[in-house]
Design a protein around this ligand. Structure first.
Ligand code: HSE
Length: 294
């Protein structure tokens, strides 16, 4: 048996819509695999009641199929589905690492990205690999049609998850089809600032670089309490706040000394809006980790 711990991720980071992503230190999915004549999947943990176990409808089942690696697969979900923290990507990335090792397929982590990306990634008409790439590779990733660029980074974060959900269809539906050039220029500047900040482990630059005038205003309007939570995090010392992935999770960048206070302030603000939430005090972290002894 092989075991993989695959981290949650936060995609977009405001200015890097469908391109940027980070691996989070917590939470994570744990995937266990054993060789078997055909694939079967059992799922426990956060939101497991809502995830299909039929291999033909499950992202890890699709990975097993693509790798021709039938297995008994057990997924323990630490990453709640529809939270904005790359839940299905964590399972797919973890499954890809586990099955690649179980059957000695010899693919690199980068080679596993298109395999684990939704629908095979953009090249195959699927979704962006902006969650799968950091869960596989760790750190901060920039996923474009040309491939994935990765840097290790260590920047403190708070990911605050309200007990509400935003449908993926709604979240994609509000993304503008066009944008004024001045907003594109502004967003490119912030994206570049963020990328430099990641290479320097500089929470000030990363926080400033989250700013985005194109997608985030539309997405944040779908999250009850977002404006108050953002304001509370900034008052508590966050260097920047944005929507995590497609939401409803909210991501704050900060200095380590402010992290606990920011987590409390964000949860209090959701609470004041009548919404329960939980906050992960975490940081940009490592990619999926393989344990050979299970
Ligand atoms: N970039 C994606 C989105 C991330 O925001 O829709 C979620 O898959």
């Amino acid at each position: 048996m092989l075991t993989v711990r695959a981290p949650a991720t936060s995609a977009n980071l405001g200015s890097g819509f469908d391109v940027f992503g980070v691996a989070l230190g917590a939470p994570a999915d744990v995937i266990r695999v054993e060789r078997a004549p055909e694939t079967s999947i059992t799922i426990t943990g956060a939101g497991s009641d809502y995830i299909p176990t039929d291999p033909e409808q499950n992202t890890v089942g699709a990975v097993a199929d693509a790798l021709e690696a039938p297995a008994t697969i057990r997924i323990d979900k630490g990453v709640r589905p529809s939270s904005g923290l790359g839940s299905s990507a964590a399972s797919a990335a973890g499954g890809a690492v586990a099955l690649n090792a179980l059957y000695d397929r010899g693919l690199s982590r980068g080679g596993l990205v298109p395999l684990a990306a939704p629908g095979g990634g953009p090249v195959s008409g699927g979704g962006p690999p902006d969650n799968v790439a950091p869960s596989l590779l760790g750190g901060f990733t920039i996923a474009t049609d040309d491939g994935v660029t990765q840097v290790d980074a260590s920047v403190p974060l708070v990911a605050c998850l309200p007990e509400t959900s935003v449908s993926t269809r709604d979240a994609r539906g509000v993304v503008p089809k066009t944008a004024p050039l001045e907003d594109v220029v502004d967003t490119v500047g912030h994206a570049a600032t963020l990328a430099v900040g990641m290479t320097r482990n500089d929470p000030e630059l990363v926080g400033r670089g989250l700013a985005d005038k194109i997608v985030t205003p539309e997405r944040s309007a779908l999250i009850d309490g977002y404006d108050a939570v953002r304001e509370a995090a900034l008052e508590a010392g966050a260097t920047g706040v944005t929507v995590s992935g497609a939401g409803p999770g909210v991501l704050a960048v900060c200095r380590e000394s402010d992290r606990r206070a920011i987590a409390g302030a964000m949860m209090d603000a959701f609470d004041a809006a009548g919404i329960e939430s939980r906050a992960y005090q975490t940081a940009v972290g490592e990619g999926a980790r393989l344990y050979r002894d299970g």
